[in-house]
Design a protein around this ligand. Structure first.
Ligand SMILES: Nc1ncnc2c1ncn2[C@@H]1O[C@H](COP(=O)(O)OP(=O)(O)OP(=O)(O)O)[C@@H](O)[C@H]1O
Ligand SMILES: [Mg+2]
Length: 251
Protein backbone atom coordinates (compact mmCIF):
# COMPACT_ATOMS: atom_id res chain seq x y z
CA UNK A 1 0.00 0.00 0.00
CA UNK A 2 2.67 2.51 1.13
CA UNK A 3 5.45 2.74 3.68
CA UNK A 4 3.18 3.79 6.56
CA UNK A 5 2.73 1.45 9.50
CA UNK A 6 -0.94 2.31 9.89
CA UNK A 7 -3.18 3.92 7.37
CA UNK A 8 -6.80 4.59 6.67
CA UNK A 9 -7.50 5.43 3.08
CA UNK A 10 -10.81 7.05 2.13
CA UNK A 11 -12.81 5.27 4.83
CA UNK A 12 -16.57 5.68 5.15
CA UNK A 13 -18.79 3.94 7.66
CA UNK A 14 -22.36 4.07 8.94
CA UNK A 15 -24.18 2.32 11.74
CA UNK A 16 -27.76 1.73 10.64
CA UNK A 17 -28.76 5.02 9.05
CA UNK A 18 -26.17 7.06 10.97
CA UNK A 19 -23.18 8.15 8.92
CA UNK A 20 -20.27 8.13 11.36
CA UNK A 21 -17.22 8.48 9.11
CA UNK A 22 -17.10 10.04 5.66
CA UNK A 23 -14.12 9.69 3.34
CA UNK A 24 -11.60 9.70 6.17
CA UNK A 25 -7.87 9.23 5.54
CA UNK A 26 -5.02 9.09 8.03
CA UNK A 27 -1.40 7.91 7.79
CA UNK A 28 0.62 7.08 10.87
CA UNK A 29 4.38 6.62 10.76
CA UNK A 30 6.16 3.83 12.61
CA UNK A 31 6.99 5.00 16.14
CA UNK A 32 4.72 8.02 15.93
CA UNK A 33 2.47 9.04 18.85
CA UNK A 34 -0.81 10.38 17.47
CA UNK A 35 -3.61 11.73 19.65
CA UNK A 36 -7.16 12.06 18.36
CA UNK A 37 -9.49 14.59 19.99
CA UNK A 38 -12.98 15.62 19.01
CA UNK A 39 -16.56 16.02 20.22
CA UNK A 40 -18.33 13.16 21.97
CA UNK A 41 -19.97 10.79 19.50
CA UNK A 42 -17.98 12.02 16.48
CA UNK A 43 -16.51 8.60 15.72
CA UNK A 44 -13.19 8.38 17.59
CA UNK A 45 -13.74 4.91 19.06
CA UNK A 46 -15.05 3.75 15.71
CA UNK A 47 -11.79 4.90 14.10
CA UNK A 48 -9.78 2.90 16.65
CA UNK A 49 -12.01 -0.12 16.07
CA UNK A 50 -11.42 0.16 12.33
CA UNK A 51 -7.66 0.48 12.87
CA UNK A 52 -7.69 -2.63 15.06
CA UNK A 53 -9.74 -4.60 12.54
CA UNK A 54 -12.61 -5.00 15.01
CA UNK A 55 -14.95 -3.03 12.73
CA UNK A 56 -14.81 -3.46 8.99
CA UNK A 57 -15.56 -0.18 7.24
CA UNK A 58 -18.30 0.00 4.61
CA UNK A 59 -15.76 1.37 2.13
CA UNK A 60 -12.12 2.40 1.94
CA UNK A 61 -8.88 0.62 2.72
CA UNK A 62 -7.16 -0.11 6.02
CA UNK A 63 -3.44 -0.77 6.17
CA UNK A 64 -1.93 -2.16 9.35
CA UNK A 65 1.56 -3.58 9.32
CA UNK A 66 2.18 -5.05 12.71
CA UNK A 67 0.18 -6.26 15.66
CA UNK A 68 -2.15 -3.84 17.39
CA UNK A 69 -3.51 -3.95 20.90
CA UNK A 70 -6.35 -1.93 22.43
CA UNK A 71 -6.20 -0.34 25.88
CA UNK A 72 -9.58 0.80 27.21
CA UNK A 73 -10.86 3.32 29.73
CA UNK A 74 -11.43 0.63 32.33
CA UNK A 75 -8.77 -1.97 32.78
CA UNK A 76 -9.51 -5.43 31.50
CA UNK A 77 -7.60 -7.26 34.22
CA UNK A 78 -8.81 -10.70 35.23
CA UNK A 79 -10.07 -10.28 38.83
CA UNK A 80 -9.25 -13.86 39.78
CA UNK A 81 -5.59 -13.51 38.77
CA UNK A 82 -2.85 -11.71 40.71
CA UNK A 83 -0.88 -8.77 39.31
CA UNK A 84 1.96 -11.13 38.35
CA UNK A 85 -0.42 -13.61 36.71
CA UNK A 86 -2.18 -10.85 34.78
CA UNK A 87 1.15 -9.56 33.48
CA UNK A 88 2.30 -13.10 32.68
CA UNK A 89 -0.65 -13.43 30.30
CA UNK A 90 0.99 -10.75 28.17
CA UNK A 91 4.21 -12.77 28.11
CA UNK A 92 2.78 -16.06 26.87
CA UNK A 93 4.63 -15.67 23.58
CA UNK A 94 7.96 -16.16 25.39
CA UNK A 95 8.83 -19.85 25.52
CA UNK A 96 11.62 -19.83 28.11
CA UNK A 97 10.16 -19.63 31.67
CA UNK A 98 13.30 -17.97 33.09
CA UNK A 99 13.14 -15.24 30.43
CA UNK A 100 9.41 -14.82 31.11
CA UNK A 101 10.09 -14.32 34.83
CA UNK A 102 12.87 -11.85 34.08
CA UNK A 103 10.61 -9.78 31.80
CA UNK A 104 7.76 -9.91 34.33
CA UNK A 105 10.14 -8.58 37.01
CA UNK A 106 11.31 -5.81 34.63
CA UNK A 107 7.74 -4.76 33.95
CA UNK A 108 6.82 -4.71 37.64
CA UNK A 109 9.80 -2.44 38.18
CA UNK A 110 8.74 -0.23 35.28
CA UNK A 111 5.24 0.30 36.69
CA UNK A 112 6.63 0.65 40.22
CA UNK A 113 4.54 -2.21 41.60
CA UNK A 114 7.26 -4.41 42.99
CA UNK A 115 5.90 -5.95 46.19
CA UNK A 116 2.37 -6.03 44.76
CA UNK A 117 2.85 -9.01 42.47
CA UNK A 118 0.70 -11.22 44.71
CA UNK A 119 -2.17 -8.70 44.99
CA UNK A 120 -5.48 -9.13 43.20
CA UNK A 121 -6.94 -6.25 41.14
CA UNK A 122 -9.56 -5.39 43.82
CA UNK A 123 -6.71 -4.79 46.26
CA UNK A 124 -5.24 -2.06 44.04
CA UNK A 125 -6.22 1.58 43.39
CA UNK A 126 -7.58 2.61 39.98
CA UNK A 127 -4.22 4.10 38.97
CA UNK A 128 -2.35 0.94 40.01
CA UNK A 129 -4.77 -1.22 38.01
CA UNK A 130 -4.35 0.95 34.95
CA UNK A 131 -0.56 0.67 35.35
CA UNK A 132 -0.87 -3.13 35.35
CA UNK A 133 -3.03 -2.85 32.24
CA UNK A 134 -0.33 -0.76 30.57
CA UNK A 135 2.35 -3.25 31.61
CA UNK A 136 0.29 -6.04 30.12
CA UNK A 137 -0.10 -4.11 26.88
CA UNK A 138 3.62 -3.33 26.73
CA UNK A 139 4.52 -6.94 27.56
CA UNK A 140 2.83 -8.21 24.45
CA UNK A 141 4.68 -8.61 21.19
CA UNK A 142 2.63 -5.80 19.67
CA UNK A 143 3.97 -2.86 17.71
CA UNK A 144 0.94 -0.62 18.02
CA UNK A 145 -1.06 0.55 21.04
CA UNK A 146 -4.56 1.80 20.33
CA UNK A 147 -5.70 3.59 23.47
CA UNK A 148 -9.29 4.67 24.03
CA UNK A 149 -9.37 7.25 26.83
CA UNK A 150 -7.12 5.08 28.97
CA UNK A 151 -6.83 7.54 31.87
CA UNK A 152 -10.21 9.25 31.86
CA UNK A 153 -11.57 7.27 34.81
CA UNK A 154 -8.67 8.40 37.02
CA UNK A 155 -8.39 11.50 39.20
CA UNK A 156 -6.43 14.50 37.94
CA UNK A 157 -3.17 13.92 39.83
CA UNK A 158 -3.15 10.23 38.91
CA UNK A 159 -3.71 11.18 35.27
CA UNK A 160 -0.69 13.49 35.41
CA UNK A 161 1.39 10.66 36.85
CA UNK A 162 0.12 8.16 34.28
CA UNK A 163 1.07 10.45 31.41
CA UNK A 164 4.58 10.63 32.75
CA UNK A 165 4.73 6.88 33.26
CA UNK A 166 3.43 6.16 29.80
CA UNK A 167 6.09 8.50 28.34
CA UNK A 168 8.82 6.75 30.34
CA UNK A 169 7.53 3.28 29.45
CA UNK A 170 7.51 4.18 25.77
CA UNK A 171 11.05 5.41 26.00
CA UNK A 172 12.06 1.99 27.25
CA UNK A 173 9.70 -0.02 25.04
CA UNK A 174 8.95 2.07 21.96
CA UNK A 175 5.61 1.55 20.22
CA UNK A 176 3.44 3.34 17.71
CA UNK A 177 0.57 4.85 19.69
CA UNK A 178 -2.87 6.14 18.73
CA UNK A 179 -4.49 7.76 21.75
CA UNK A 180 -8.11 8.86 21.75
CA UNK A 181 -8.73 11.37 24.51
CA UNK A 182 -11.04 14.14 25.67
CA UNK A 183 -8.16 15.60 27.58
CA UNK A 184 -6.51 18.40 25.62
CA UNK A 185 -3.64 18.65 28.10
CA UNK A 186 -2.98 14.95 27.80
CA UNK A 187 -2.85 15.23 24.00
CA UNK A 188 -0.48 18.22 24.09
CA UNK A 189 1.74 16.63 26.72
CA UNK A 190 2.11 13.29 24.96
CA UNK A 191 1.54 13.37 21.22
CA UNK A 192 3.83 14.10 18.29
CA UNK A 193 0.69 14.97 16.34
CA UNK A 194 -2.80 15.85 17.57
CA UNK A 195 -5.67 15.29 15.14
CA UNK A 196 -8.74 17.43 15.81
CA UNK A 197 -11.94 15.93 14.48
CA UNK A 198 -15.18 17.65 13.53
CA UNK A 199 -18.66 16.62 14.63
CA UNK A 200 -20.06 13.45 13.07
CA UNK A 201 -19.38 12.42 10.36
CA UNK A 202 -15.78 12.66 11.57
CA UNK A 203 -13.54 14.78 9.40
CA UNK A 204 -10.05 16.05 10.22
CA UNK A 205 -10.45 19.75 11.05
CA UNK A 206 -6.76 20.35 11.55
CA UNK A 207 -3.69 18.88 13.12
CA UNK A 208 -1.11 20.15 15.55
CA UNK A 209 2.48 18.94 15.53
CA UNK A 210 4.59 19.04 18.68
CA UNK A 211 8.22 18.25 18.13
CA UNK A 212 9.28 17.93 21.75
CA UNK A 213 10.93 15.13 23.71
CA UNK A 214 8.84 13.22 26.28
CA UNK A 215 8.10 13.35 29.15
CA UNK A 216 7.04 16.99 28.77
CA UNK A 217 6.24 19.43 31.53
CA UNK A 218 2.66 20.58 31.50
CA UNK A 219 3.97 24.14 31.85
CA UNK A 220 6.44 23.90 28.95
CA UNK A 221 5.69 26.95 26.72
CA UNK A 222 5.08 24.77 23.64
CA UNK A 223 2.72 22.50 25.55
CA UNK A 224 0.83 25.52 26.94
CA UNK A 225 0.66 27.01 23.45
CA UNK A 226 -0.56 23.68 22.05
CA UNK A 227 -3.34 23.56 24.67
CA UNK A 228 -4.48 27.09 23.68
CA UNK A 229 -4.45 26.15 20.01
CA UNK A 230 -6.51 23.02 20.60
CA UNK A 231 -9.02 24.88 22.74
CA UNK A 232 -9.32 27.51 20.01
CA UNK A 233 -9.91 24.87 17.34
CA UNK A 234 -12.63 23.33 19.50
CA UNK A 235 -14.27 26.76 19.77
CA UNK A 236 -13.46 27.14 23.46
CA UNK A 237 -10.92 30.00 23.35
CA UNK A 238 -10.09 33.14 21.42
CA UNK A 239 -7.61 33.08 18.55
CA UNK A 240 -3.99 33.53 19.63
CA UNK A 241 -2.44 33.23 16.17
CA UNK A 242 -0.82 36.63 16.76
CA UNK A 243 1.32 34.89 19.39
CA UNK A 244 2.33 31.87 17.31
CA UNK A 245 1.15 31.23 13.82
CA UNK A 246 3.20 28.29 12.67
CA UNK A 247 1.97 25.35 14.69
CA UNK A 248 -1.13 24.31 12.83
CA UNK A 249 -1.32 22.56 9.52
CA UNK A 250 -4.77 22.65 8.04
CA UNK A 251 -5.86 19.22 6.88
N1 LIG B 1 -21.82 -0.74 17.31
C1 LIG B 1 -22.56 0.33 17.05
N2 LIG B 1 -23.84 0.24 16.65
C2 LIG B 1 -24.56 1.34 16.36
N3 LIG B 1 -24.10 2.59 16.46
C3 LIG B 1 -22.85 2.75 16.87
C4 LIG B 1 -22.00 1.65 17.19
N4 LIG B 1 -20.80 2.13 17.56
C5 LIG B 1 -20.87 3.48 17.49
N5 LIG B 1 -22.11 3.85 17.06
C6 LIG B 1 -22.56 5.24 16.82
O1 LIG B 1 -21.52 5.88 16.07
C7 LIG B 1 -21.30 7.21 16.53
C8 LIG B 1 -19.84 7.39 16.90
O2 LIG B 1 -19.57 6.56 18.01
P1 LIG B 1 -18.11 6.48 18.66
O3 LIG B 1 -18.21 5.58 19.81
O4 LIG B 1 -17.13 6.16 17.60
O5 LIG B 1 -17.91 8.00 19.14
P2 LIG B 1 -16.75 8.63 20.03
O6 LIG B 1 -16.21 9.79 19.27
O7 LIG B 1 -15.83 7.59 20.48
O8 LIG B 1 -17.60 9.21 21.27
P3 LIG B 1 -17.15 9.40 22.81
O9 LIG B 1 -16.21 10.58 22.80
O10 LIG B 1 -18.42 9.75 23.51
O11 LIG B 1 -16.52 8.14 23.27
C9 LIG B 1 -22.30 7.43 17.67
O12 LIG B 1 -23.40 8.10 17.13
C10 LIG B 1 -22.68 6.05 18.11
O13 LIG B 1 -24.00 6.02 18.56
MG1 LIG C 1 -15.39 6.76 22.35
Amino acid sequence: MNDKLLCLDDISHSFGGVEVIRRFSLDIEPGEFVAIVGPSGCGKTTILNILSGFVRPASGRVGCEGRARMVYQHDGLFPWLTVAENIALGLRHIGDPAERDRQAADLLELIRLRGFEGHYPHQLSGGMRQRVELARALAGDTDILLMDEPFSALDYLTRLRMRRELALMLEERPRTVVLVTHDIEEAAQLADRVIVLSDRPARIRCELRLDLARPRDLTHPEVVDGIHRLLFELGLEEDRSDVRGDVFVDA
